[in-house]
Design a binder for this molecule. Structure first.
Ligand SMILES: [Zn+2]
Length: 874
């Protein structure tokens, strides 16, 4: 038997098998055939798995546009497609690769313009005739009554004999299940449509006898063992196959209800992503289109040459005419294709690579195991549940977290089997970028959305250290937040209400095919017939459905940066006062166990406890620096209004302490016991001797200071000026505004009245007096200290404050340690002299703390006492 004139696929039959193995699962092969119907603009597609005498047949019947003879002829050419970039099945490969993945016999009847065209690709036929090196595809056309029709897509002129020969093969090998061909043609009841029957379904399993798919009620299941429940069901897969479905799919005589991929996502956010970085696939696309164009051009050239050759051979005018008619039929569509190709190429080259696409994120609360990244290209699901780095590294907190992207062909292309991206470079980049978004999203959810949701909707306040996710999942029926395949408990009524409230019920309008988010008031039985008008929305049946993105209207924009974790809620810090009988030695020893910082804080805090005893009149702009006593030693409040506004800025303070030497650093000295401190004291002695020469006696009575500009106010201090008692968690609330609104004079304004120093008798030998004046000055200093903003030297100041605190305790409790006061005051002053240079704030003059002689005596006595005590202890 010879089949010279039968149209031939350009490749050997085993290529079909190789080609079809690219499908990882039978569902993706089925999806290819679904795509064909989708691209043919079918309104309805019926998929059936039929059993006949122990054999299974898979049938796909759609009422799409059907195919002309030329188009059928092209389906058996590899790599050819008339489908433009708007279509999903760009490569025209779907029917072959999908079909031959499922079975070994493929029979197609398609109807258009009242012409039925049948095509058979059969392994059995090739085996029986020992044809191995080419694929013969019998193809016949008939009219409504089964009368033979000329096949106009033939390279060689059509004859009736060939028609009958091919029809014979079809009748013999086509999977007609005992029916006549006429009966099969009659199944295409619509004006146009296509019926594809796949027979001799491939078997898998160890014994090779089990089908890869099985009928399960009104569903088809795959037998793949590693599939999750939703990956196992064809119905589930088809329900999300298209982001914007426009075709009703009837699977095993039951309608597949389309499901919006984000229908059960709570806490939805979206973000825009620029298409410009994804160039790899685009460049390939351009190259591909150019090659298709070149091939078309070659074909046209070939046919043109054929025409010329035949014309030369022609004997009669009629022969010339028939040749011309024949080749025009072939050439016209080719030229149309070439024009389309040119247009696509132009579109690609002019494509706006700057455009953006939407990335939508959410948390799947219906089935959290379905999490991952879902990628659609041109509305068609390509990759489902892809797990990027965040899902692997942070598995416990990413359950349910999902993302989907729908991009156009102008940005990405799928591989031929439409199971992944053609450009893996682009895909990796996309996953990386999506991963970054999910990182932000996860933190937004954990730190903001879920705590707010629990608080506002569930009236549940998270406690300290409570697992946000665990509490969240508990509300939605999962008893823990870490086990992926944990069985879910039935939702409470409240949870169901939340699901409806926050996820909405997504329904597809049957006339305009737009997704609408409804409030759940439409009863489920009306879902398949839902229309926009049911929720009083305008319906536009003629609108192009692809690209409408209603979900961005109900999502929030994802922030560009991840939020910071909420501050830990710590109980207000409490200062524990040691019992009064505790000696300073014990106290210092106890303090040493605390960290240095902590110790300083404690000391300052404790020192402040004593402050309320001193009257102060703080004002927003003028801080009272000091408080003086009048002649009768009665406290007099400083009048803050007694501020000399006329005093021009920059006028130096009338204190004559410019010459005062400043010590480099101040150590906290424990007078009572320490070897090192003794050495330090020796050093101090020398310092003091020097200092004495420089000190002049100036006694300011009133010192006012205005906060200079740029002075950084310690938060702690700022806080304290408003409240002396509470301390701790409100620290964070120190308002930076307050600093800004302070007067911006560059120099401080001070006013001081200088009084001549009161002459004082020296202390008697061997006896150290703590004078009232000392204490007054000390208190005065403390007021100043606590009301003056301090700057970056605050660490030092805290040291000083700690020292003050220590000393004050000693003065108050133990008179014998009061000798340190004079020394202390000097140290403090030194420190503040230094400080005043940095901040421009003047400090009280040194002289007010006593005469040089007295101080020297004090220091000497101090050291003697310390030494004496030390030896006594030994
Ligand atoms: Zn509508």
């Amino acid at each position: 038997m010879e089949f010279l004139s039968i149209p031939r696929a350009t490749l050997a039959l085993n290529y079909l098998d190789t080609n079809s193995t690219t499908h990882a699962s039978p569902f993706s092969a089925i999806a290819e055939l679904v795509d064909n119907a989708y691209d043919a603009d079918a309104a309805t597609l019926e998929i059936n798995l039929v059993q006949h005498f122990g054999d299974y047949y898979l049938e796909f019947k759609d009422n799409g546009t059907g195919m002309s003879q030329e188009e059928v002829a092209k389906t058996i050419l590899f790599g050819h497609s008339k489908k433009t970039s708007e279509k999903i099945g760009r490569y025209g490969n779907g029917m072959k690769s999908g079909g031959f993945n499922l079975g070994r016999e493929l029979f197609m009847i398609t109807k258009r313009d009242d012409i039925y065209t049948c095509l058979l690709i059969s392994h059995a036929f090739h085996a029986d005739n020992e044809i191995t090196d080419e694929v013969l595809c019998p193809c016949v056309s008939m009219d409504n009554y089964g009368n033979p029709m000329e096949n106009t897509a033939r390279k060689f002129p059509w004859t009736l004999e060939e028609h009958e020969k091919e029809l014979e093969i079809i009748m013999k090998y086509a999977p007609l299940r005992g029916r006549s061909l006429q009966e099969m043609l009659g199944r295409l009841t619509d004006k146009t449509g296509t019926l594809i029957i796949i027979a001799h379904l491939k078997k898998t399993g160890n014994d090779g006898k089990m089908l890869g798919i099985a009928l399960n009620g009104n569903d088809i299941e795959t037998r793949a063992e590693d599939a999750t429940q939703s990956e196992r069901s064809l119905r589930e897969y088809l329900s999300i196959l298209y982001l914007y479905p426009k075709m009703r799919i009837i699977l095993c005589e039951e309608l597949v209800e389309p499901k919006k991929i984000c229908a059960n996502w709570i806490g939805r956010y979206h973000s825009d992503m620029s298409a410009s970085p994804f160039n790899d696939g685009h460049n390939k696309n351009v190259a591909d289109t150019i090659s298709v164009r070149d091939r078309l051009q070659q074909q046209i050239n070939g046919y043109t040459t054929d025409t010329q050759y035949r014309n030369e051979l022609a004997q009669t005018v009629d022969q010339v005419k028939s040749t011309r008619t024949h080749f025009n039929r072939i050439l016209t569509p080719l030229q149309a294709d070439l024009a389309t190709c040119e247009r696509i190429l132009q579109d690609l080259q002019n494509a706006n690579r700057k455009k953006t696409f939407k990335v939508i994120m959410g948390c799947d609360i219906q089935d959290r195991e379905n999490n991952g990244m879902h990628f659609y290209i041109n509305n068609r699901l390509i990759t489902w549940g892809h797990k990027s780095a965040i899902f692997r590294s942070n598995a416990t907190n990413t359950l349910g977290i999902s993302l989907y992207v729908n991009v156009g062909y102008d940005v990405f292309s799928p591989t031929h089997n439409k199971q992944s991206f053609e450009s893996q470079n682009d895909f990796k980049l996309l996953v990386k970028k999506c991963n970054a978004l999910l990182n932000i999203y996860q933190k937004v959810m954990e730190y903001q959305w879920i705590p707010n949701h629990l608080k506002r909707q569930w009236n549940y306040q998270l406690k300290q250290d409570e697992d946000v996710w665990a509490q969240f999942w508990l509300k939605y029926g999962y008893t823990d937040a870490t086990t992926p395949n944990l069985p879910r408990r039935a939702l409470t009524d409240e949870a169901k209400r939340m699901v409806v409230k926050f996820c909405g019920v997504w329904l597809l309008c049957q006339s305009c095919k737009t997704w609408r988010c409804t409030d759940g008031t439409i009863p489920p039985r009306e879902h398949p017939y839902f229309s926009c008008t049911a929720i009083h929305k305008v319906c536009y049946p003629s609108r192009s459905f692809v690209g409408t993105d209603p979900e961005t209207k109900v999502t929030q924009v994802l922030p560009a940066q991840a939020p910071l974790p909420p501050p830990p809620v710590t109980p207000a810090r409490r200062i524990v006062f040691e019992p009064r009988h505790q000696s300073p030695v014990d106290r210092m020893a106890a303090n040493r166990d605390l960290g240095g910082r902590r110790m300083a804080e404690r000391s300052v805090e404790e020192a402040r406890r004593h402050l309320p005893r001193i009257k102060r009149t703080p004002t927003p702009e003028i801080d009272v620096v000091g408080e003086v006593e009048d002649e009768d030693s009665q406290p007099v409040e400083v009048d803050p209004t007694d501020f000399d506004e006329s005093d021009p800025p920059g006028v130096p303070l009338i204190v004559k302490n410019e010459q005062v030497q400043v010590r480099r650093s101040v150590e906290v000295v424990d007078l009572v016991d320490d070897e090192e401190e003794q050495a330090d004291d020796d050093q101090e002695q020398e310092d003091d001797e020097e200092r004495v020469n420089n000190v002049q006696e100036v006694r300011p009575q009133k010192v006012y200071a205005k906060k200079p500009a740029g002075t950084k106010v310690s938060r702690r201090r700022q806080h304290d000026s408003s409240s002396d008692d509470s301390f701790g968690e409100e620290e964070e609330e120190a308002s930076p505004k307050k600093v800004k609104t302070e007067p911006s004079t560059s120099s401080q304004r001070l006013k001081s009245t200088v009084k001549p120093a009161v002459s004082r008798p020296g202390a008697p030998d061997g006896q150290v007096l703590i004078s009232k004046e000392h204490l007054d000055n000390y208190n005065q200093f403390l007021v100043w200290f606590n009301t003056t903003p301090i700057s970056s030297g605050s660490k030092r100041v805290i040291d000083v404050a700690q020292m003050i605190e220590t000393r004050q305790g000693m003065i108050n409790r133990e008179k014998r340690t009061a000798v340190a006061l004079g020394d202390l005051a000097d140290r403090v002053l030194d420190e503040f002299q230094k400080h005043s240079r940095a901040t421009g704030i003047r400090v009280p003059a040194r002289g007010q703390f006593g005469s040089a002689l007295e101080r020297l005596t004090t220091v000497n006595a101090n050291i003697t006492e310390a030494k004496r005590r030390k030896t006594a202890r030994k």
